[in-house]
Design a protein around this ligand. Structure first.
Ligand SMILES: NC(=O)C1=CN([C@@H]2O[C@H](COP(=O)(O)OP(=O)(O)OC[C@H]3O[C@@H](n4cnc5c(N)ncnc54)[C@H](O)[C@@H]3O)[C@@H](O)[C@H]2O)C=CC1
Ligand SMILES: O=C(O)[C@@H]1CCC=N1
Length: 283
């Protein structure tokens, strides 16, 4: 018997676990309503079972018979094969939520060759601490009910924006990949602190609190990052000396190029999938 709110998660990697952590800390659904599967790592499934009390199985038919909501959390390159193995069990009652970067709702509808409800979502790993920036978009057959469920899930683990699908590559490059840019910045700040004489533990503590405090300032004051930056930068002072080095090296332009490259890669991945599987007009 299908439970209208049960969720099957295909893929037991980084993002699936981050979502599990966030969702289960919020009491929006009991762990026994969540089924998790992966391709071959039994130890990982056992770990998830023990850590979260979720159900695990490799029987896709069972998952589809029990769960209305199906979350695709496999790598983009594995999506086609997964869809083929789900195809015969999928019904009009199922709702697919795909997290795969660069894989369009149209691709999923085309491979399944059914009027299936698809929501494409791009969260980030901050789901784990219920601070994801998630964007969702609706496939051709997705209903308001499907959207409401996706919004409920993702708003329990962060902030959700509903966007046009044409924006999803940009979202992926900015906020899907974004935590990595910030972590790289933090890694560099920690090294810098050590270089100018701090013990590593203190450099880490100061860096983390600085990044957290800066983000919180933007959120809580409602001021623009630019205005807040100017407030820190005393003319002729220390910040100005630091900012000058970043400006000389075109730090802002470098970040813009990083986001452009990530967004471009998302677009490219869709083209690769379409060509490989000889699917036309699915971009
Ligand atoms: N890691 C991240 O920050 C984010 C990842 N995503 C997307 O989520 C997806 C997963 O990414 P990660 O968790 O980083 O990857 P990962 O490599 O950590 O996990 C992928 C999982 O999929 C499983 N898998 C592969 N083929 C399968 C199949 N046929 N059936 C069931 N499970 C299968 C693998 O065993 C593995 O557990 C990707 O499509 C990625 O674009 C989206 C947002 C953020
Ligand atoms: O790097 C990736 O492809 C995935 C998608 C967004 C974040 N991680």
């Amino acid at each position: 018997m299908q439970n209208q709110k049960s969720v099957g998660i295909f893929g037991a990697g980084s993002i699936a676990e981050a979502m599990l952590d966030g969702i289960l800390s919020q009491d929006i659904m009991p762990p026994e309503d969540i089924y998790v599967t992966n391709k071959q790592n039994d130890d990982k499934l056992q770990l998830l079972r023990e850590r979260y009390n979720v159900k695990t199985t490799r029987d896709y038919k069972e998952i589809l018979s029990k769960c209305r909501y199906l979350i695709i959390a496999v790598k983009p390159v594995d999506v086609h094969e997964l869809l083929i193995s789900l195809q015969k069990f999928i019904t009009a009652n199922h709702i697919i939520i795909t997290l795969a970067a660069g894989i369009s709702t149209k691709f999923i509808e085309t491979v399944l060759d059914k009027k299936v409800q698809v929501i494409r979502a791009m969260p980030n790993t901050a789901c784990k601490v219920r601070e994801s920036a998630t964007a969702i978009t609706l496939g051709s057959y997705a209903t308001k009910e499907a959207q409401d469920f996706a919004e409920e899930i993702f708003s329990s683990i962060g902030k959700v924006s509903v966007v046009e699908e044409t924006m999803m590559d940009a979202v992926t490059g900015l906020s899907g990949s974004g935590p990595a840019y910030v972590y790289l910045l933090m890694e560099a700040m920690i090294e810098a602190g050590v270089k100018v004489g701090l013990p590593r533990w203190l450099s880490e503590e100061l860096t983390v609190q600085t990044v957290y405090g800066a983000a919180k300032m933007v959120i809580e004051t409602g001021e623009s990052p630019k205005k807040l930056r100017k407030q820190v930068t005393t003319p002729g002072g220390t910040t100005m000396a630091g900012i000058k080095v970043l400006e000389k090296a075109d730090f802002a332009d470098l970040l813009i190029r990083a986001v452009e490259s990530a967004a471009g890669r998302s677009k490219e991945m869709m083209k690769e999938r379409s060509c490989l599987h000889k699917l036309e007009n699915v971009l």
